[in-house]
Design a binder for this molecule. Structure first.
Ligand SMILES: *Cc1c(COP(=O)(O)O)cnc(C)c1O
Length: 442
């Protein structure tokens, strides 16, 4: 039995998928059917692609799958171009590669130290005002480039209300948290009922202003974005959603339908993509991707340098490739189509933006800049600007800030602290600085 999946606009070949049991349009559209029929072994990959790996390659692939399991929704699999699968961006993101068994010297199982920055199970509290809340271990498709590969395929499956309770309590008891980012796994692996309950619990917390959901379902399981799901999300606004498109080929008619449903439900949509060697490390492909995204009301948010997770070395590019891509976008296309290129600092330092340099030089009253065309310009700074000493006593300031509400008082840290008038700190010194240690010892 064959099923012909409509393919992306601009991507012509239609790819037949052969399943042992019959597929009707009805069950193809049922996200739970898609999950139940996910491809979980190499043999099925071979059968569906109508090919066989060499015995040596097959053995290596089996070894890879034993370490890092495989799961691909029939929908996502149907996007693979069977005539050129080895270079296919969908194939490369979903079908294992023996290169995953190569663990480089700098690879870590938890490069971002998410587990170390976890005050209660499921919560990573890294930034002052927001937390990452891992609400599910499951994903509908296991990305080969997953940064949380260490957790992929853990079997404790869908959490119940009880296991989410600790995270909710932590957020409730931590008033500085104004932004909760649901992640996983994929939060949309939860049932509608559980999600509705969870969003309701979070929305009931006064200090939680914004809820965010990170999900790849619009890309790999667009059937999950049902009318009912959109309705549930709309009940708990403001809810922002970030999805994860890496290649223009993933923007299909079906995924566009899912994106529309979310945007029409009033959800601001963003996209976080990962820079992947052999998949999207090309300014032309990347520009095509961001154009397709903004046409569908998705704002490119982050472009990630590939993390130092185990088994990802074959996906990594030099940082220069990301800079080159950003250089090809800024000025050349709509400002809102340009994501921030970030490196998530190993060890838990958080996301660090990296950019081409536009500031060439400056004097006391002039800034020299270059633009995307290479034109060098002079910006003359004001002669008359009166800097005023800020002692952080806002009630004495002529700028108007309503202090009774809506005004978050946050501690000033890091470089902002060095810049602040009212703060005595003038240097930030690494803990193990020998010169300072000698002073203290003496
Ligand atoms: C990415 C991330 C966030 C959110 O960061 P934004 O820059 O606000 O999108 C929050 N917590 C953790 C641990 C993160 O990795």
């Amino acid at each position: 039995m064959f099923y012909i999946e409509e393919s992306a606009p601009g991507f012509e070949p239609t790819i037949p998928i052969q399943f042992t049991e019959s597929v009707s349009n009805n069950n193809w559209e049922d996200w739970r059917w898609q999950l139940r029929h996910s491809i979980k072994d190499i043999e099925t990959v071979e059968r569906l692609l109508g090919m066989e790996f060499s015995p040596a390659k097959r053995a290596k692939l089996e070894e890879t799958v034993a370490r890092f399991p495989i799961s691909i929704t029939p929908y996502y699999f149907s996007l693979i171009d069977r005539d050129n699968f080895e270079n296919d961006p969908v194939f490369m993101q979903s079908v294992p590669d023996p290169a995953e068994l190569i663990i480089s010297r700098h690879d870590r199982s938890d490069p971002l130290s998410e587990d170390r920055d976890s005050p209660v199970i499921g919560v990573t509290h890294r930034y002052p005002d927001r937390v990452l809340f891992h609400v599910s271990n499951l994903c509908s498709m296991y990305c080969r480039h997953c940064t949380r590969k260490r957790k992929v395929g853990d079997i404790d499956s869908i959490p119940g209300r009880n296991s989410l309770q600790a995270g909710i309590e932590y957020i409730k008891n931590t008033p500085v948290i104004r932004d909760v980012l649901l992640s996983g796994g994929d939060p949309f692996m939860l049932s509608d009922e559980l999600l509705d309950w969870l969003l309701g619990e979070l929305r009931a917390i006064d200090h939680v202003e914004v809820i965010r959901i990170g999900t790849r379902t619009p890309v790999v399981l667009p059937q999950r974005i049902t009318d009912n799901l959109a309705k549930i999300i709309a009940k708990h606004h403001p809810v922002w959603i970030n999805t994860h498109f890496n290649h223009p080929r993933e923007v299909t008619g079906r995924s566009i339908e899912a994106l529309n449903k979310l945007a029409n439900a009033g959800v601001p949509l963003g996209n976080q993509s990962v820079l992947l060697a052999g998949i999207n490390d090309c300014p032309r492909i990347y520009k095509n991707l961001v154009h397709k995204l903004v046409m569908n009301r998705v704002r490119p948010y982050y472009l990630y340098q590939c993390d130092l997770s185990e088994g990802l070395s074959h996906f990594r590019t030099p940082v220069g490739k990301g800079i080159e891509i950003v250089e090809s976008l800024i000025g050349h296309t709509s400002g809102f189509a340009v994501p921030t290129y970030v490196i998530d600092a190993p060890g838990g330092g958080g996301k660090i933006p990296v950019m081409p340099n536009y500031l060439i030089s400056w004097s006391t009253n002039k800034v020299i800049l270059r633009n995307y065309e290479g034109v060098i310009s002079t910006y003359k700074e004001p002669d008359s600007y009166q800097p005023f000493f800020c002692d952080r006593n806002c009630s004495d300031c002529h700028l108007t800030l309503s202090l009774d509400n809506d005004c978050h008082e946050t501690r000033v840290i890091g470089i902002s602290q060095l810049l602040a008038d009212f703060h005595k700190t003038t240097t930030l010194i690494p803990e193990d600085n020998l010169r300072i240690q000698r002073r203290e010892d003496g």
